[in-house]
Design a protein around this ligand. Structure first.
Ligand code: SAH
Length: 558
């Protein structure tokens, strides 16, 4: 049966005329099969026809939905970044165009068989048992792609009777061709077949041949042969059609578990959350033309672009109460401007080379003024850096986050807001007290104690809060809680209203104490009660998971 959704085969491009011819022959072979009604092939750079012509031809024949198959052996920069970016440009050119993206070709048993056939051809009757194979992949800055080549090498070895198969790489990864050949020589190899794990001819397969010959010339006793690349063949056509059918079923089965763009792999943590960055291979154009855009990875990982400021809530302090999104943006940052209450452990685990600006604001002590912080954010963003403004708790709860967002907007700098777990809710919760509870408190009011009652700039209606029956949460109130309690009592709050103090919530030194509203002024003078602390006032405090009755004076746990 002929499938009506067309197949768009996307190649990266090569400066090798032979490689371009092999690609064209494969497209023609697949077309002749007739399994898919319409087939086009195009390159994203270097070679003709360009992708845009192939898409234009399909759209011109009335197609609005295609299967786009990246003609790559493993998911690395081209499959994850360059080709999706090129397809995104085509979708802008042709509004309404949709595509299903196929998965990379390998590893696949058909390809393993083709590799074994190419090796047999090079052996020309010599026995497998006396033969070592050096399987040479392209090499990538993406560790997962290199691991795929290693897997292919192992699969090739299994059950085929070679003396052994060792992986190597022609660029960007180790071991190199000469070092894998030297390794095999030392293992006692007398005959080695170098098998390029490449689809088509190109600059890199040529280099594999040259380096293998050079090694052979230096070691006359050693029989070194080089196998052909996979090339245009029926097995490859079968596999491409299999990937087409699979993409139509929505069955992609990509392995994202070891993708450096989502998981912090040792030595590659700087990739997490980043869009694919431009990368250069030896057969890319020398000027890197066409690589100056930033590629959108196929994963929907949050991205922080150069020149943007992310205002990120870090949570109340332990390193693991930041959101997953906040953590990813932190990993992507070039500059982190941190508050005193921002989770300190996170700052110790940034990529090497990340600039950390300490905007510590010690209460009523010397501080970096808000204007200076705003200027710092804008200056780094304008210099093209990815900036994270890391704050304690939630940036929009007494965090001045919005002042910074507005300052950036006024300077024409784009911002991203990442909410955080606020201490206003988390500190009571971590101390076993819910800020609301059915039948006990149906409202919660979060109040800054920064300005005491009666202060001319205060915007708080303390009399109204005294009349209310719900939960009051006071932040920044260590110095003012006595005056606040007196004001609440004066306006009618019951003296026996329970109060909870939580200091350093979520930290190993979290400390809590409970008392009555008419006792909290005295409690607050104790040395234990110091910032950062929240006060919770209201009947919910009596529900504390630890239900030891509050003694006349003070109950504390440190
Ligand atoms: N944006 C922050 C609040 C900043 S104001 C948030 O959403 O949490 C600073 C006040 O937050 C402190 O004075 C204290 O009242 C409270 N606070 C922050 N972290 C705290 C913690 N780990 N334990 C107790 N209180 C905390």
């Amino acid at each position: 049966m002929t499938d009506r959704t067309p197949l768009l085969i996307v190649g990266h491009g090569t400066r090798s005329a032979a490689g371009v011819a092999q690609f064209g022959a494969l497209v023609e072979r697949i077309r002749r099969r007739g399994a898919v009604a319409d087939v086009e092939g195009g390159f994203i750079e270097l070679s003709r026809p360009p992708l845009t012509d192939a898409v234009g031809a399909l759209v011109g024949r009335g197609h609005r939905s295609v299967v786009a198959l990246p003609l790559v052996l493993a998911a690395a920069g081209h499959g994850k970044g360059d080709i999706p970016a090129a397809l995104a440009r085509e979708r802008q050119r042709h509004p309404g165009l949709r595509y299903a993206y196929g998965r990379p070709l390998g590893p696949h048993p058909r390809l393993q068989e083709v590799l074994a056939e190419r090796i047999d051809a090079a052996l020309d009757g010599a026995d497998r048992a006396g033969t070592w194979v050096a399987l040479i992949g392209r090499g990538s800055t993406d560790p997962d792609a290199n691991a795929e080549v290693t897997k292919v090498a192992r699969l090739l070895w299994e059950g085929r009777g070679y003396a052994g198969v060792e992986p190597g790489f022609i660029s960007l990864a180790e071991p190199s061709v000469p070092s894998v050949l030297e390794r095999l020589r030392r293992l006692g190899a007398r005959r080695i077949v170098v098998a390029p794990y490449f689809l088509f001819a190109g600059v890199l397969p040529d280099r594999i041949l040259a380096q293998s010959r050079e090694f052979a010339a230096d070691h006359p006793g050693l029989d070194v042969r080089v196998a052909e690349v996979i090339g245009d063949c029926d097995d490859l056509a079968d596999l491409v059609l299999e990937r087409h059918a699979e993409a139509l079923r929505g069955d992609i089965r990509m392995n994202c578990d070891t993708c450096a763009y989502r998981v912090a792999l040792p030595g590659f943590a700087d990739k997490v959350g980043r869009p694919q960055t431009p990368h250069h291979h030896p057969d890319d154009p020398a000027d890197g033309h066409g690589h100056h855009h930033h590629h959108q990875h196929h994963h929907d990982a949050p991205a922080l672009r150069p020149g943007q400021v992310a205002v990120v809530g870090g949570g109340p302090g332990p390193d693991d109460l930041i959101t997953v999104r906040g953590r990813a943006l932190l990993d992507a940052a070039d500059v982190v401007v941190a508050d005193r209450l921002a989770p300190a452990g996170l700052l110790r685990r940034l990529r090497p080379g990340v600039l950390v600006v300490d905007a510590a604001k010690v209460p009523r002590g010397p501080s970096m003024s808000q204007d200076a912080i705003n200027d710092t954010l804008v200056a780094h963003a304008r210099a093209g850096r990815r900036v994270v403004r890391l704050k304690g708790g939630d940036p929009y709860v007494f965090g001045r986050g919005h002042e910074e967002v507005l300052a950036c907007a006024a300077a024409g700098v784009e911002t991203v807001l990442v909410p955080g777990v606020s201490s206003a809710v988390a500190a009571p919760g971590l101390a076993g007290v819910p800020v609301t509870h059915r039948g006990v408190a149906h409202e919660v009011t979060v109040v800054s104690g920064h300005l005491p009652p009666g202060h001319p700039d205060s915007l708080v209606d303390w009399a109204a809060l005294a009349r209310a029956r719900g939960t009051l949460v006071l932040l920044m109130a260590v110095d003012t809680v006595g005056r606040i309690a007196a004001e609440l009592l004066a306006h009618g709050r019951a003296a026996a209203t329970p109060v909870l103090v939580v200091r350093d919530a979520g930290h190993p030194g979290q400390w809590t104490a409970r008392c009555r509203l008419d006792e909290v002024g005295a409690l607050a003078t104790r040395d234990d009660v110091r910032p950062p602390a929240v006060f919770v006032i209201g009947p919910v405090v009596a529900l504390a998971a630890d239900t030891t009755p509050a003694p006349a004076a003070v109950s504390a746990q440190g």
